[in-house]
Design a protein. Structure first.
Length: 169
């Protein structure tokens, strides 16, 4: 019994592989969206952030996730990003790539989940240079498509976290 438990728990990284991203990293040279800060999706329930995105000129995207209820979401992001917390550079979940064509945006990234990181493709429309709307999320491995209505707004922020990571060449 102990050997089975060791095999199952000690070898989880070999049993459950992370999904591969299907989009390739392409530099973003446009001006459809501002990239001198981050985009946030505000919760309609409690005023926290459900998600945040940093978009980079090299075509990389980083999601820092949501914010807790206990403090202002903008204050939390300021503290998180200006503090010594650089765990986002060590974790694969949240990293991905994005592409913009005319007024559409596609973001493919890894999502946190135990037993291998799934990749998801979010697609939507750009409403102006500070706002975009995600209308669908596709689970890459299964092809399942989920309708979304996730509105993201821009917030200027400097200095942005570095896009350098070991997960996307």
């Amino acid at each position: 019994m102990t050997a089975v438990a060791i095999l199952l728990f000690g070898g989880c990284d070999k049993l459950f592989k992370d999904d591969e991203l299907t989009m390739t990293k392409t530099p973003y040279t446009g001006n459809e969206l501002r990239i001198d800060g981050y985009y946030y999706q505000m919760s309609s329930v409690d005023g926290s952030f459900d998600d945040t995105y940093f978009l980079y000129r090299d075509g990389i995207v980083l999601s820092c996730g949501g914010t807790p209820l206990e403090e202002s979401p903008f204050d939390f992001m300021e503290r998180l990003l200006n503090g010594q917390n650089v765990t986002y550079q060590k974790e694969k979940s949240g990293w991905g790539v994005f592409n913009i064509q005319d007024s559409t945006i596609a973001i493919e990234r890894w999502y946190p989940l135990e037993g291998g990181l799934p990749a998801g493709l979010s697609e939507g429309v750009i409403l102006n240079d500070t706002t975009f709307l995600i209308t669908s999320l596709t689970r890459m491995k299964t092809g399942e498509v989920y309708e979304r209505n996730d509105l993201y707004h821009f917030h200027a922020f400097s200095p942005k976290p570095d896009s350098t990571n070991t997960f996307i060449p």
